[in-house]
Design a binder for this molecule. Structure first.
Ligand code: ADP
Length: 246
């Protein structure tokens, strides 16, 4: 299970997360929506400590961390959280000098100290899953954006994280490449992968989410099932945001 309690984060005098509480059960998909600047990416980055919260706590599986602005987070805690989370960025962020399979093997070999032959076998299974086994020996620049993002998903899964985090995984893609990436994410959802996804693709959000949160100005404005948040929002602000999208 994943839980965050009273999470706060500021950049200088700008308070970006103003007390976020959230729970997600194992095997479920949480989608985060909301206007630009509302704190979605900062919240997602807190889950794997790319941003260190100023206050509050995060629980992922058996790791529980509490934050205070004055207290440095021990490196062992950062490592423990990073091993439980896999991140997929907007712009793929593959290592350009490594082959596709090299990218997928990197985490298991360097972080988990797996043998190369073991890591290779598992990487091939993951590449098969995202439909790219035949591109194992290609380099990222030889692939389309959609293919690169599918490799990035395989890479994020390679260390067997408890949760996959997606930051607008299709927003850098040409429209015709969006579908192939969403299809892979939907397939992972069907297999019971726990995921937290920021997206502007509302149809996809409605299809894949067990729970949606709509963020606004550092708070969670609406929280519930896709039906509750997308069709029956309680606040005028949420309604305005959703109307602007349609
Ligand atoms: P969203 O993902 O909803 O667009 P973000 O979490 O990216 O929102 O950003 C929320 C606010 O925090 C914005 O005003 C943004 O400019 C600011 N912000 C994000 N990251 C940083 C940073 N590293 N330093 C300073 N300000 C930041």
């Amino acid at each position: 299970m994943i839980e965050i309690l009273n999470l706060h984060k500021s950049f200088g005098s700008l308070e970006v997360l103003k007390g976020i509480d959230l729970k997600l059960d194992h095997g479920k998909v949480l989608v985060i929506i909301g206007p630009s600047g509302s704190g979605k990416t900062t919240l997602l980055r807190c889950f794997n400590l790319l941003e260190i919260p100023d206050d509050g706590s995060i629980v992922i599986g058996d790791t529980r961390l509490s934050f205070k602005e004055s207290k440095k987070v021990p490196t062992s805690d950062v490592i423990s959280i990073r091993q439980k989370t896999g991140m997929v960025f907007q712009s793929y962020n593959l290592f350009p000098h490594m082959t596709v399979i090299g990218n997928v093997m990197e985490g298991p070999v360097t972080v988990q100290k797996r043998s190369k032959s073991d890591a290779r076998k598992r990487a091939l299974v993951l590449l098969e899953k995202v439909g790219l086994a035949e591109k194992a020996d290609s380099y990222p620049h030889q692939l389309s954006g959609g293919q690169q993002q599918r490799v990035a998903i395989a890479r994020a899964m390679a260390v067997e994280p408890e949760v996959l985090l997606f930051d607008e995984p299709t927003s850098a893609l040409d429209p015709e490449l969006v579908g192939e990436v969403l299809k892979v994410i939907k397939q992972l959802a069907a297999e019971g992968m726990t995921m937290i996804i920021i997206t502007h693709e509302m149809k996809f959000a409605a299809d894949v989410a067990d729970k949606i949160i709509l963020m606004d100005d550092g708070y969670i404005l609406e929280e519930g099932s896709p039906l509750e948040v997308l069709e029956q929002p309680k606040s005028t602000r949420a309604l305005q945001f959703l109307n602007r999208l349609s």
